[in-house]
Write a protein that binds this ligand. Structure first.
Ligand code: SF4
Length: 764
C-alpha cells in the first residue's frame, strides 16, 4: 500500500528505497511533515472519513498517532501533533497502516492433525486447548502449564493472563519476551530505588546539557527521541553527546565523544568514571550523607568502601580492558559530572549481557553520586524496546518472579496483599516463583511443562541458542496466538489462534516514560481473528475461572487494574478510562482524577507519593535512601579463542521490527534486507573476506550464513549483525548464558569465527 501511494505521487521504487536508505543513515528520520509524508498527505489514496487518536504499535518511544479511517479500513496515519512526539513519526510509525493489510495474516483457528495445521472452528480449537490444559493440571499439577507473553500485548491482556494463571490456575509460570530485553533494567531499578521503572520523563531531554548514551542506537531504535536529542544539540550547541558503543552507529556519528568500547567491558568503564568523579571532586556530598546507602552483594558498605573499590579502576588500568583511551574515559567522566544536567539513555547494550544488572546499577550510581538526578534534564533513563514491555508486563507483574505493581512472589506480604485484592483465599498464590524464560523452555525440554500458551511473540526465532529450544517446543502442547502465520514459532504450534492487531482491538500501552495511553479499535480484524483479551477470557471460562476473571471488556479490565494500583507505590488510580479517551496519555504516579501526572518520581513537590521537604524521598526503599551498589567487572562468559577469535554482537536496523513477522511482509521494505554481517577491514583482510562475499558465522552452538559488509563502522575484533531475519538466523549462534540476577540472556557477546562460504568448516 505504501508503495502504491508513493507511485501515485510519481516516485519510483528506486527513489523510495533511496529515501529509506537516507532515513537509515539517520539524516532525515522524522519531521512534523517529512518530504515523503507531505507527498502522502497531498494525495491520500482514499478520503479520510474520521481520524482517531492512538499510539504507534512499535517501539517504546510510544509516539502519538492519528489513524485515518474510511469505509471500515485504515487508510492513513499521521503523527499526532498534540502528543509528546509533536507530530513526528519514523518509518515504522508511518507503516502502522500498511502492516494491517499485508500477506500472511492469520485468519482462522488451526489445529494440527497428522503433522499438519488445518483450519478449525473456534469451538474446536478452544475446546482442545482447554481440554489439554485441564488434563495437564489434573495429572501433573498447575506448574505443568505456562503462559509466554509479550511487550506487544495490551496492558489489559497481560494483566488478565497474569491473573488467570497466578490467581486462577495457581502457577507462577507466567513469562514473556520482556525478559529478553528489559529484565536487567527492571532488576536494577528495584535493587537501587526499591521500585521498577525510570524516574524521569521525555521533557528532560529539552533541559539536558549532556547526554550519556550507552549501548543504545537511538537513531535507529528510538528515532523520534533521538530527533529530540539532536534538536536540543542544535538549539544549544554546547550540549555534549557521549556515546558508548562498539560500533560507529548512526547515533555515534552524532556524538561529540564516541567511546568504541569492547563488548562486555562497560562495568569497568563505569567504575572508572566513578573513580574520576571521586578524584575530581564531583561527588555530591549531600547525596552521600542524606540520600544514599551502599551495598556489595548481601553486605552493607559505605562511601569509603566505594572509594577503595574504584581505586582498582583508574582509567589507565581499565583502558586496555575496555579498548578505550584513558583520556577519553576521563573526558567522559568530566563532561558527565560537570554539566548542569546530564541525562543517560540505554537499552539492550547494557541489558543483554551476563552483567546486565550490575551495569545498570552503576549507571544509576553515576547519577546518584554526582547529584545528576531529580532535576530537569538530570536523570538516568532506560529505553524500552517494545510498545508495552513496561506498562503491560513489568507493571502488571506478568513475569515468573513478580506480582502486580512491583510486588514479588517471594514476599509473603506481597502475595497476601494480592490475594486480598483479588478476593482469593490465603495461600492461593503459589509461593514458588515460576520458570524464567530460559528455564521455562528447559522445563519444556525435560517435559515438566506440558502445555504453553504463547501470545504475540516468536520465541523459536528470538531465543538465544534457538536451535536448542525448538525440539522443546515440538514436545510441548503449544498454543500460539499470533496475527501472522507462518512464523518460526507457529511451525511448532499444535493450535494456532488468529489474533487481532493494533487498531483492530482496544487497549492501553505504556511507553518508556510511564505514560499510559489508549489505542482504540477503529476497524474490524480480518477473517475470524479475535483480540488476545477475548482469547484469554474464553480460556478462563472453559477452565472454570469465569467468576475470577469477571472484567470482560478493555474498559472493565482497565478499571479493575487502576483501582488495584491505588494500593501500591505505582498509584495511577487517577487515570480513568475517560481520561485515557480524552488525553494524550498520563504519566504515573497519578493518585487522583485531577492529578496531571508525574514527570519526576521521588522528588517531593513533583511526585505525589514523595513526602517531606527534602531533595528526595526514595520511598521504594525502607530507609528512604537509594542504594549505590559496588560491582566488579568479570571476565567474559565465553572468551575468544584460536577457533573463535571474534566477538559477535547483535542489534537492529531502523526499518525492521524484531523477528520481521510484521515488517518482513511489507513490499516497500523487501529490499531492506538485514542479511549482512559487519566486519572491520583489518579483520576482513586477515581472514580473506571480501565486501559482499557470502560468509558463515559460527560459534560453539551453531552457524548462520550472511553477506559480509566490510566497514569501519565496527571496531576490530568485533562483528555485528541483526536478529531480524529467520533465513539468516543469528540466534543459532548466540549464547544462552544469562545474568544471574535478572535472568536476561547475553545476546550482546559471544565468541565466533567468520569464514568465506565453502571453506573448511564453513558449509551452510
Ligand atoms: S519512534 Fe517508535 S513509537 Fe515513534 S513512530 Fe517510530 S517506531 Fe513508532
Amino acid at each position: 500500500m505504501l508503495l502504491g501511494k508513493i507511485r501515485s505521487n510519481g516516485l519510483t521504487r528506486r527513489q523510495l528505497l533511496q529515501w529509506l536508505r537516507t532515513i537509515s543513515t539517520g539524516a532525515v528520520v522524522v519531521g512534523p511533515l517529512s518530504a515523503c509524508r507531505e507527498l502522502w498527505e497531498r494525495q491520500p489514496v482514499v478520503p479520510v472519513e474520521s481520524w482517531h487518536k492512538a499510539v504507534c504499535r512499535f517501539c517504546g518511544t510510544g509516539c502519538g498517532i492519528q489513524i485515518g479511517v474510511s469505509e471500515g479500513r485504515v487508510v492513513d496515519v499521521k503523527g499526532d501533533e498534540y502528543a509528546h512526539n509533536k507530530g513526528r513519526l519514523c518509518i515504522k510509525g508511518l507503516l502502522n497502516r500498511d502492516i494491517l493489510y499485508t500477506r500472511d495474516r492469520a485468519l482462522y483457528p488451526m489445529v494440527r492433525h497428522n503433522g499438519e495445521l488445518r483450519r478449525a472452528s473456534w469451538e474446536e480449537a478452544m475446546g482442545l486447548v482447554a481440554k489439554k490444559f485441564r488434563e495437564a493440571i489434573e495429572q501433573f499439577g498447575p506448574d505443568s502449564v505456562a503462559f509466554y507473553g509479550s511487550g506487544q500485548l495490551f496492558t489489559q491482556e497481560s494483566y488478565t493472563a497474569n491473573k488467570l494463571f497466578k490467581a486462577g490456575i495457581g502457577t507462577n509460570n507466567v513469562e514473556g519476551n520482556p525478559r529478553l530485553c528489559m529484565a536487567s533494567a527492571a532488576s536494577a531499578y528495584i535493587s537501587v530505588f526499591g521500585k521498577d521503572e525510570p524516574m524521569g520523563c521525555y521533557q528532560d531531554i529539552e533541559a539536558a546539557d549532556c547526554f550519556f548514551i550507552a549501548g543504545s542506537n537511538m537513531a535507529e531504535c528510538h528515532p523520534v527521541l533521538w530527533e529530540r536529542v539532536k534538536d536540543r544539540k542544535s538549539s544549544r550547541p554546547e550540549t555534549r553527546i557521549i556515546v558508548v558503543d562498539p560500533r560507529r552507529t548512526s547515533t555515534a556519528k552524532g556524538a561529540d565523544l564516541h567511546l568504541d568500547i569492547l563488548p562486555g567491558t562497560d562495568v569497568a568503564l563505569y567504575n572508572a568514571m566513578i573513580h574520576e568523579f571521586i578524584g575530581g571532586g564531583f561527588v555530591d556530598q549531600d547525596m552521600v550523607e542524606h540520600y544514599l546507602s551502599f551495598k556489595e552483594g548481601d553486605s552493607a558498605r559505605d562511601y569509603q568502601d566505594l572509594k577503595r573499590h574504584v581505586n582498582r579502576y583508574a582509567p589507565k588500568r581499565v583502558a586496555a580492558t575496555c579498548g578505550i583511551a584513558a583520556k577519553d574515559i576521563s573526558t567522559a567522566a568530566f563532561r558527565f559530572a560537570s554539566s548542569n544536567s546530564t541525562m543517560s539513555f540505554w537499552t539492550m547494550g547494557l541489558n543483554q549481557q551476563s552483567q546486565g544488572t550490575v551495569a545498570n546499577r552503576l549507571v544509576m550510581a553515576m547519577h546518584l553520586l554526582t547529584g545528576q538526578i531529580g532535576r530537569p534534564g538530570a536523570t538516568p533513563f532506560s529505553l524500552t524496546g517494545q510498545p508495552n514491555a513496561g506498562g503491560g508486563v513489568r507493571d502488571t507483574g506478568a513475569l515468573a518472579h513478580a506480582l502486580p505493581n512491583g510486588r514479588l512472589v517471594a514476599n509473603p506480604r506481597d502475595r497476601r496483599e494480592m490475594e486480598e485484592l483479588w478476593g482469593l483465599p490465603e495461600g492461593q498464590i503459589s509461593a514458588k516463583s515460576g520458570y524464567h524464560t530460559l528455564a521455562l523452555f528447559e522445563a519444556m525440554e525435560r517435559g515438566d511443562v506440558k502445555c504453553c500458551l504463547v501470545m504475540g511473540t516468536n520465541p523459536a526465532q528470538s531465543l538465544p541458542n534457538a536451535e536448542r529450544y525448538r525440539p522443546a517446543m515440538d514436545k510441548t502442547f503449544l498454543v500460539v496466538a499470533d496475527a501472522f502465520h507462518p512464523t518460526e514459532t507457529t511451525q511448532f504450534a499444535d493450535v494456532l489462534l488468529p489474533a487481532a492487531m493494533w487498531a483492530e482491538k482496544e487497549g492501553v500501552f505504556s511507553q518508556s516514560e510511564r505514560r499510559y495511553h489508549l489505542v482504540p479499535k477503529v476497524v474490524d480484524s480480518p477473517g475470524e481473528a479475535r483480540s488476545d483479551l477475548e482469547i484469554l477470557l474464553e480460556l478462563a471460562e472453559r477452565l472454570g475461572h469465569e467468576d475470577l476473571i469477571s472484567s470482560r471488556t478493555p474498559e472493565e479490565v482497565w478499571e479493575e487494574w487502576r483501582k488495584i494500583s491505588a494500593h501500591s507505590k505505582y498509584n495511577f488510580s487517577g487515570i480513568t478510562y475517560e481520561r485515557l479517551k480524552r488525553e494524550r496519555g498520563v504519566l504515573w504516579p497519578c493518585p487522583d482524577k485531577s492529578h496531571p501526572g508525574t514527570c519526576r518520581r521521588y522528588v517531593p513537590g513533583e511526585d505525589p507519593l514523595a513526602h517531606g521537604n527534602a531533595r528526595f524521598d526514595f520511598y521504594g526503599q525502607p530507609d528512604g535512601r537509594a542504594v549505590v551498589w559496588l560491582g566488579d567487572q568479570h571476565n567474559p562468559k565465553e572468551p575468544t579463542s584460536a577457533e573463535f577469535p571474534l566477538v559477535l554482537t547483535t542489534g537492529r536496523v531502523l526499518e525492521h521490527w524484531h523477528t520481521m513477522t510484521i515488517t518482513g511482509k511489507l513490499e516497500a521494505l523487501q529490499e531492506i534486507r538485514p542479511n549482512f554481517v559487519q566486519i572491520h577491514p583489518a579483520d576482513a583482510a586477515r581472514l580473506g573476506i571480501r565486501d559482499g562475499a557470502e560468509v558463515i558465522v559460527r560459534s560453539r552452538r551453531g552457524q548462520a550464513a550472511f553477506i559480509a559488509q566490510v566497514s569501519e563502522t565496527i571496531r576490530p575484533g568485533v562483528v555485528f549483525t541483526t536478529f531480524h531475519s529467520a533465513k539468516h538466523l543469528i540466534n543459532r549462534v548466540t549464547n544462552d548464558v544469562y545474568d544471574p540476577l535478572s535472568k536476561q540472556p547475553e545476546y550482546k557477546l559471544c565468541a565466533v569465527s567468520i569464514k568465506p562460504k565453502g571453506t573448511t568448516n564453513a558449509s551452510a
